[in-house]
Design a protein around this ligand. Sequence first.
Ligand code: DLL
Length: 438
Amino acid sequence: MAAVLDAPTRYFDADVETMPRERLAELQLQRLRETVRRAHDHVPLHRQRMQAAGVAPDDLRTLADLQRLPFTVKTDLRDHYPFGMFACPLEGLTRLHASSGTTGKPTVVGYTKGDLETWAALMARSLYCAGARPGDVIHNAYGYGLFTGGLGAHYGAERLGGVVVPMSGGSTERQIALITDFKARVLCCTPSYALAIVEVAEQMGVDLRQSALRVGMFGAEPWSQAMRLEIESRMGLQAIDNYGLSEVMGPGVAVECTHQDGMHGWEDHFLFEVLDPETLKPMPEGEAGELVITTLSKQALPMLRYRTRDITRVTTQRCACGRTHLRILRVAGRSDDMLIIRGVNVYPSQIESVLVGRPGIAPHYQLVVQRHGSLDEVALEVEALPSVSVDGYAAVAHDVAHHIKSMIGISTTVQVLAPGSIARSQGKAVRVRDLRPK
Ligand code: DLL
């Protein structure tokens, strides 16, 4: 808390958040060497891979030597289910989380007491960066349980000195009553659930713009700038993007400041690389590639060059907020979610940015992908606004298809459905129904 009092208006931890980049690099190298040593000595998989690559922990003399280290991928965690990648015995752990995954074994991640303290501190720093302050009522509608969103935000909010409402997802009408009655200033949930909350509020006749809400800490799924503007205007808050993944910690890896111009990736705890997903060579700064993350302080589960599959760009240009940590630009989606429609690469979030805000439709959608012969085809399901009569659906469909064609270059069949037809999300939205044969 001392740090908060030292810099009451701008930073949670001023020394670290504004550390000159040269000093940050020195700290990273020292922590990288410790992490690699730990991974090598305690995790057989890392040791074997390093031996095969002909690199030993002491070979790391500069940050550039990172490129000599082998990669880690999601299937490594599954293949060593449940605890085979942990660098400490089970007795040394304090908590486990897991992601269910659609196929096969879940990915299990573990934390020591020290890891949980670091996580809470990083999440508190992230909340502060987003505009939350000690004393704020923080309504946490991320799912509690094995998902890292709920407990990650919870302990970060407590560490910040907030008043946490541990609501979890679901019971949307009750959420709205508590947000208004408890005068929540901060809302934590996925952007798609934020949209569902504001929709139900409007149906209940509750204007959340009149509530105490000012900060939305939204993440865990891709979302577009158009969706941000939609949520901000209907909720009357600043919608802040935040990024993380369970394999390297959970939420709290990167977050936007109130300038909303890219998410500060906390470089004192993570090393970020952006690589060409094919050649695995570094992309020039500012160009899109796969985000690869190495943890610098994790004890239970050190991660060396974890391939996130998330496609993004980073910049080290100084942000107007004064923080020196690099910025990760909006994550368009995972390479796994990319659709190739007649040779054009498309992320669902790109389609979202075209359709949200178009006249006559609500910002809820789903993409249905099918294969006809050797070609993939996308049908887009959107919902009409209640003010549009059924006679007008065809014109709305035509307008949406036309704009997708001209903005993204793909032809889609657009189906306009009655209001409320598309399932609402309570956590991560399912944007794609993939009917292609496996
Ligand atoms: O989603 C952790 C989290 C919780 C982040 C709450 C932010 C807020 P996982 O369930 O392991 O962890 O999923 C991680 O979700 O690799 C991305 O593909 C995606 N993702 C997370 N945040 C964002 C974001 C949590 N802000 C995976 N934008 C990641 C786009 C995101 N995609």
